[in-house]
Write a protein that binds this ligand. Structure first.
Ligand code: NAP
Length: 500
């Protein structure tokens, strides 16, 4: 099936021998190609230091496709569009060669000067590459020029601003596509559809009917080989500054006047601006942290964080964060948004639970059990779908109630697996749709919010670390955070989607 919207582009991937390129970018490009969303008018120019022949590089592309998609239909033809230059990005002299190769490919494939520069590399190189792309004329092109940039975008507000100012010398804000791959996930994109396309929900989406919202993103994996990076990042910078706050913004934003990039982004910015800032004294009342100890996951013993490779044996880095966000606007005054995210937890799951307020009077107190509140659960990953938790009459005589669920899994809607986030984001960046990328204003506000927390945590040694066992639900302090408000976390394992 060929779509009408089939962009042409030279896709220049910096870091083309790396993990992201092999696991996500090459397979995503292949899927786009198979769906006809990429025609023959595209070329990929891979850049990395190791010396590879063209054949070796194309072979590495083929291998990645077979490994990660399990397919090989049309693979030779697809891989023939891939080119490689061995190049140290800190070496100024090799950019000229890169420009010449880019110009040749442009002409050969009729790419109309369209260029997508994808930085799939460590962030310390982002600024240098941006400088050279402009200085050595790679951005001097007749078509569009866009920069797609991986996380992390800075380490705090100051470094993010410095990076942004530097990149803005070569690219305008509209040309910078900052990846937050959560925004490419089908069910994250579905948040706005659920909210704005259902008469059932929009009238209830406020502090009159919602009691609290819980966003959970838990992983079973530890830090693996990323100890060096993670020691400086921690869960706060790695997950909260970007993915968690982006989900909160989508849940909290006002309906945009139109579904276009500018309107959606500006509503998200307004939602982030409404986050109540915390004073230093308030940080530990609203946010708690954890670090995993050894434990058991899926029957296997796993080490504690402090004994992972490249991790300080007395590390103060948090591998778990839970927090209460207060949104100071008319819609949300009085409704806490709770977030939690961590590594080495009992299950891998990203879910949003919207808990509705109890009905004003319970007519069914004659039953043994209390009525359970209505919940709307949005399953982001690994399951994708929506569940509505209601109360209904228990079968048999009498008027006892029982909780029931209405579930829809996206597999049952589309009858296929939803596309991988990177596939959608690559396609959007080639089409020039920046809706699902983060605007600088969002990045800046998120960093400012998170910086207030890190300023306190980095200056106080957490003496209770490690404070949760690998394979558990996280530290007790996270439960206490909600107990103070009379709530509790909805256990993710009890919210699984029903088979539809
Ligand atoms: P990686 O596996 O370490 O790959 C880094 C790439 O950069 C390699 O191709 C490496 O190739 C190249 N490289 C390093 N120094 C270079 C230099 N001086 N000049 C030219 N090339 C150089 O890293 P990754 O996991 O793919 O991550 C890349 C980026 O994506 C990072 O910003 C990361 O935070 C982000 N990210 C990754 C994932 C993921 O799933 N992997 C997910 C989200 C975000 P040579 O050694 O051959 O030079």
């Amino acid at each position: 099936m060929t779509e009408t919207n089939t962009p042409t582009a030279l896709i220049m991937i910096f870091g083309a021998t790396g993990d992201l390129a092999h696991r996500k970018l090459f397979p995503s490009l292949y899927r786009l190609y198979k769906k006809g969303r990429l025609t023959d008018r595209f070329a990929v120019l891979g850049v990395a230091r190791r010396s590879l022949t063209l054949e070796e590089f194309q072979e590495s592309v083929r291998k990645s496709i077979v490994e990660f998609t399990g397919e090989q239909d049309g693979l030779d033809e697809f891989a023939s569009h891939f080119y490689y230059q061995s190049h140290d990005v800190t070496d100024s002299s090799s950019y000229i060669q890169l420009r010449e190769l880019a110009n040749k490919l442009d002409e050969h494939y009729g790419l109309e000067g369209n260029r997508l520069f994808y930085l799939a590399m460590a962030p310390e190189f982002f600024g240098t590459i941006g400088d050279h792309l402009k200085l050595d004329g790679l951005t001097d092109t007749a078509g569009y020029k866009r920069l797609v940039i991986e996380k992390p975008f800075g380490h705090d507000f100051e470094s993010a601003q410095e990076l942004n100012n530097r990149l803005r010398q070569a690219f305008s804000e509209e040309e910078i596509y900052r990846i937050d791959h959560y925004l490419g996930k089908a069910m994250v994109q579905n948040i706005q559809v659920i909210r704005f396309a259902n008469a059932l929900f929009e009238p209830l989406w406020n502090n009159r009917y919602i009691s609290n919202i819980q966003v959970t993103s838990s992983e079973t994996l530890g830090v693996e080989e990323r100890g060096r990076y993670y020691e400086k990042s921690g869960a706060l910078r790695d997950m909260v500054q970007n993915h968690m706050l982006q989900m909160v913004a989508l849940l909290a934003m006002e309906p945009p006047i139109k579904l276009n990039t500018e309107e959606i982004r500006s509503e998200k910015v307004r939602a982030l601006r409404s986050l109540r800032p915390m004073s230093q004294d308030e940080v530990n009342q609203y946010f708690v942290r954890g670090q995993y100890d050894e434990g058991t996951i899926n029957g296997e013993s796993v080490p504690g964080y402090r004994t992972e490779p490249m991790v300080d044996p007395e590390s103060n880095t948090e591998t778990y964060v839970a927090g209460k966000l207060v949104i100071d606007n008319f819609r949300w005054a009085g409704v806490p948004f709770y977030i939690r995210t961590g590594k080495r937890l009992g299950s891998k799951s990203t879910k949003i639970v919207v808990q509705f307020k109890d009905i004003p009077m319970n007519l069914y107190y004659n039953t043994d059990e209390k009525l359970t509140p209505n919940l709307l659960v949005i399953h982001i990953q690994p399951e994708e779908g929506v569940t509505l938790h209601l109360n209904a009459k228990k079968s048999g005589s009498g008027m006892k109630t029982t909780p029931v669920r209405l579930s829809t899994a996206s597999k049952s809607i589309d009858r296929m697996n939803t596309p991988e986030a990177y596939e959608k984001l690559l396609y959007d960046s080639m089409r020039g749709d920046a809706t699902n990328f983060t605007h600088w204003d969002e990045v800046a506000l998120s960093w400012k919010f998170v910086d207030a927390i890190s300023a306190v945590w980095e200056n106080t040694k957490e003496t209770t670390f490690p404070n949760y066992a690998a394979g558990s639900d996280g530290p007790q302090v996270a439960d206490q955070l909600l107990e103070k408000d009379g709530f509790e976390w909805w256990p993710v394992e009890n919210l699984e989607i029903d088979n539809c």
